[in-house]
Design a protein. Structure first.
Length: 510
């Protein structure tokens, strides 16, 4: 039996194109790299016999159970290329060794490198506890810190990214030039269509990356649809990133939860649009329990967005505050029907927005920053049980619109607003332009409005809101945070909407 097992393993290695040296054992062999005292002529099999350079990993395919370990407190210059193919019982691991009191190993990309770390055509692999820097001397379009790539491979299963620090990636601020990112996920293939299944990105700190934090490139065209499935993006902290935060593309059943994006610098050119967390060309995305603040993109700059070529997006239990744009954008480009299904059946519910819509300068269509923006021929959108608390704007010419539903090569149809609390500290308005079949049911309109929409159960006062929220401060922060709980992300505390508390609050209103 042992001989038969060895023969089968050998045939598997040859058939899969895996180097025999890496496939000879699945016993959990560990390889060590030490850039200070290592030697590439060593075996790499113990800390005392560590390799010196990242180049040693380039031509390896790590086998089930194998590990590649980098020394804590060390700096590695160059690019780390990873290919590993584990199993559910024996995943491949790329991690650290040495004194845990020392900093994470730091990989610094070369001056013109498009990535500092790349995971390529892998599965059942975990990458954790590294610091990644990819600055270069000058901005470089499409530069990223970590690239996760699947090409002409088929289905890449169970890649897990955990506890990375990715910082100072100097990409392009212009999307059309290629942008740049902290993490770039790419699935493609002309010979073999390829995608990810059960990719997890969690507990990562993404700091000062130009232009985006994490973004995908996949099969966005419905005529050639091969989506990545069951992606989870959880408990990541994004800071000082000026563009888009988390943007799955060509995905199905993505979960984005308990992430934070804050302190976005106002540095993008006036041509650029960006927002916090949003899907494009995706189905069944759930965006929940996130916290986005301080987004300052020249156009959009909402905390959350359901973009076009998407179906069944749910945006729920999220917190948004002090963004140039509003809580949410739901949009569809009406002229992109050759590859797009449009935007269908989006749900936005139980979210809290405080002090959003404060863009201080003109956009491409003048002063514009409504609390909720619906653009283009989106269909069957439901906006339910949200709290939009619009504070006094810091300047007289800032837009004070509560809801705008306008044109993007067409107008929205069948949008329902039910059970929402709209609070406006200053006179506000609803502008539905030429959108059709809008339904307003049982909303609270607190403040002064140019005109109210046709709502047979409209409420213009709310004693519970006055007592529980406004009595603690008319700006809404102290009162509305009673509907939240604190939780740590990357070691720092943040407020997140509490499902039980906000639902109980709305039940008391009825």
């Amino acid at each position: 039996m042992a001989i038969l097992t060895s023969v089968l393993l050998l045939m598997s290695c040859i058939g899969g194109g895996i180097p025999l040296s890496s496939c000879a054992s699945d016993s959990g062999t560990a390889y060590y790299i030490d850039p200070d005292t290592g030697d590439d002529n060593n075996s790499g099999l113990t800390p005392q016999k560590a390799w010196r350079s990242l180049e040693k990993a380039k031509d390896m395919t790590l086998a089930p159970g194998e590990k590649l370990l980098l020394k804590r407190g060390a700096t590695y210059n160059g690019q780390l290329e990873i290919c590993g193919r584990g199993t559910p019982a024996q995943p491949v691991t790329i991690a650290t060794y040495g004194d845990k009191a020392l900093p994470q190993p730091c990989i610094v990309g070369q001056d013109v490198s498009l990535y500092a770390v790349r995971i390529y055509n892998s599965e059942y692999l975990t990458l954790r506890d590294l610091e990644i820097v990819n600055t270069g001397k000058h901005p470089l379009p499409m530069r990223t810190g970590l690239k996760i790539e699947c090409k002409d491979y088929g289905v890449s299963r169970n890649i897990r990214i955990d506890g990375l620090t990715i910082r100072d990636v100097n990409g392009s601020p212009v999307k059309e030039l290629g942008g740049g990112s902290g993490i770039y996920i790419v699935n493609e293939g002309e010979e073999i269509r390829s995608c990810f299944d059960s990719l997890v990105i969690e507990n990562c700190h993404i700091l000062r990356c130009e232009r985006n934090a994490m973004i995908w490139a996949g099969y966005y065209d419905r005529r050639n649809w091969f989506p990545s499935k069951h992606t989870v993006v959880r408990r990541n902290l994004i800071e000082e990133v000026p563009g888009d935060g988390i943007v799955p593309i060509g995905c199905d059943s993505t979960l984005i939860e308990y992430n934070v994006m804050r302190n976005c610098p106002d540095v993008l050119p006036m041509t650029e649009a960006a927002a916090g967390f949003w899907p494009w060309s995706c189905d069944n995305t759930v965006i929940q329990f996130n916290h986005v603040s301080g987004h300052k993109a020249p156009w959009d700059a909402q905390a959350y967005d359901c973009d076009y070529n998407c179906t069944n997006t749910v945006i729920q239990y999220n917190y948004s505050h002090d963004n140039y744009g509003g809580l949410v954008l739901v949009c569809d480009s009406g002229n992109e029907r050759n590859y797009s299904l449009g935007n269908q059946r989006s749900i936005v519910r139980y979210n809290i927005s405080i002090g959003d819509g404060i863009r201080p300068k003109p956009t491409r269509q003048g002063m514009f920053s409504p609390g909720i923006h619906i653009a283009g021929p989106v269909e069957d959108t439901r906006i339910e049980h949200n709290i939009i608390h619009a504070n006094a704007k810091p300047a007289a010419d800032i837009d004070r619109s509560m809801v705008v539903s306008d044109n993007w090569d067409g107008f929205a149809d069948r949008t329902t607003f039910s059970g929402n609390i709209f609070y406006a500290a200053e006179p506000s308005r609803f502008d539905l332009t030429r959108s059709t079949n809008n339904t307003f049911e049982g909303n609270w309109y607190l403040g002064h409005y140019a005109a109210l929409p046709d709502d047979s159960d409209a409420r213009t006062s709310c004693p519970l809101y006055e007592k529980q929220i406004l009595a603690q401060g008319t700006d809404g922060y102290a009162g509305l945070q009673t509907l939240m709980t604190e939780s740590n992300v990357c070691g720092q505390p943040f407020f997140f909407v509490d499902k039980t508390r906000i639902e109980a609050f709305f039940e008391k209103l009825n």
